[in-house]
Design a protein around this ligand. Structure first.
Ligand code: NAD
Length: 365
């Protein structure tokens, strides 16, 4: 198929953000172009401001124009936002507030975070080889509800003049059911096992969560549903992570457990994520932050960004062949010994962000 007449054309909003964002985004865009061409897939990329860069330009971490551009696209590819410079701003002006606004503005209620141990990087994990070898977990985290959004919230002054900080953990049936369905469907495409994580021994909101998951399981007889309390789940993730296939949990627990699962793999520079809504464009981004300590030094590992682009092709645009090719290219460059500093080990070839990108393009060509 010729490059001049792509079979499909996708509008992708790029949010390079801050820190290493533009370096790793450049690699992902080059990879997408390269993988798309022979498959007849064309891209119309439009870049928009987000995070600290947007604060500097407009005073707002998520300008309305950016949200509008995102809404009008088929998918949104984000790099990372934030940095020391903006860490002391009031909360509503922080880069992270822009991220919460983007998720809410696009109705992205499901966050999918794979934590898969690649055979080439088993040694990068801080856990023993026999514990982590073969780990392949998908954490499905609820993203727009729970304690991060529940009302009332804020810092209030009581009648006695004392300050009280308040957040509210709240889930309605419909919120639980829609994330539950994403999780059951995801488990169905994977190993058929779903572990729901809650704190039903203490929290009423968790009891409702558990009741709904149990109820929903009757509609998915092929999926083996189990439940764990979040404290036990944290222990089991470190003790015997291979017992998990797909995990579903609320916003706060998912925030913490997905980071713990991520670290089983040893490098945060390798991990992609997808955030999905009912029908809106999905958001695809690496798990890591903007790594201000290495920004502008050509040291960043672009693989999490590249694998986020692969998740975009698979879950956002339903182009599994493109996703397969990107993932295969990543395996090939790792097999060939290419390593950025964060995943470097003895006998491997140390490369920078650009050289890693060039190696990916070469195996794709
Ligand atoms: P971080 O993920 O940016 O960095 C943690 C460590 O991992 C650093 O040593 C960094 O150099 C390294 N690292 C991260 N990504 C890497 C990559 N691709 N290649 C090589 N090394 C990599 O987390 P942090 O230092 O806690 O936060 C830095 C900034 O990023 C903060 O402002 C924070 O708020 C923000 N942040 C943003 C996101 C996001 O955009 N979703 C997520 C987490 C943190």
């Amino acid at each position: 198929m010729s490059n001049s007449s792509p079979r499909k054309q996708y509008r992708i909003t790029l949010l390079p953000g801050d820190g290493i964002g533009s370096e790793i985004m450049a690699v992902a865009v080059a990879v997408l172009k390269q993988v798309g061409e022979p498959l007849g897939i064309g891209f119309e990329f439009q870049e928009a401001l987000m995070g600290g860069a947007a604060i500097d330009a407009t005073g707002n971490p998520l300008p309305e124009a950016t949200l509008e551009t995102c809404r009008n696209s088929d998918a949104v590819l984000l790099a990372a936002i934030g940095g020391y410079k903006w860490d002391t701003l009031p909360r509503h002006q922080r880069p992270e507030t822009g991220l919460l606004g983007l998720r809410a503005g696009l109705g992205l209620f499901a966050n999918l975070r794979p934590a898969k141990i690649l055979p080439q990087l088993v040694e990068a994990s801080s856990l023993k080889r026999e514990v982590v070898e073969g780990v392949d977990i998908m954490v499905v985290r609820e993203l727009t509800g729970g304690i991060y959004f529940g009302q009332p919230k804020g810092i209030f002054t009581t009648e006695t003049g004392e300050q009280r900080g308040v957040n509210t953990m709240v889930y309605s049936e419909s919120e639980i059911d829609r994330i539950g369905r994403v999780a059951f469907e995801t488990a169905r495409k994977r190993g058929g096992k779903l572990c729901s994580v809650d704190k039903a021994n203490v929290l009423d909101v968790s009891q409702l969560w558990r009741d709904r998951m149990t109820q929903m399981a009757t509609e998915y007889p092929d999926i083996e549903l189990s439940h764990l309390y979040v404290d036990n789940a944290a222990m089991q993730l470190i003790r015997a992570p291979k017992q998990f296939d797909t995990i579903v949990t609320g916003n706060l627990f998912g925030d913490i457990l997905s980071d713990a699962a991520a670290m089983l793999t040893g490098s945060i520079g390798m991990l992609p994520s997808a955030s999905l809504g009912a029908s809106n464009p999905g958001l695809f981004e690496p798990v890591h932050g903007s790594a201000p300590d290495i920004a502008g030094q050509d040291k960043a590992n672009p693989i999490a960004q590249v694998l986020s682009a692969a998740m975009m092709m698979r879950y956002g645009l339903d182009e599994p062949e493109a996703a397969n090719r990107i993932e295969a290219a990543v395996m090939q460059v790792l097999d060939a010994g290419y390593r950025t500093g964060d995943i470097m080990s003895e006998g491997m070839k140390l490369v920078g962000c650009q050289e890693m990108g060039a190696a990916l393009l070469q195996v794709l060509s």
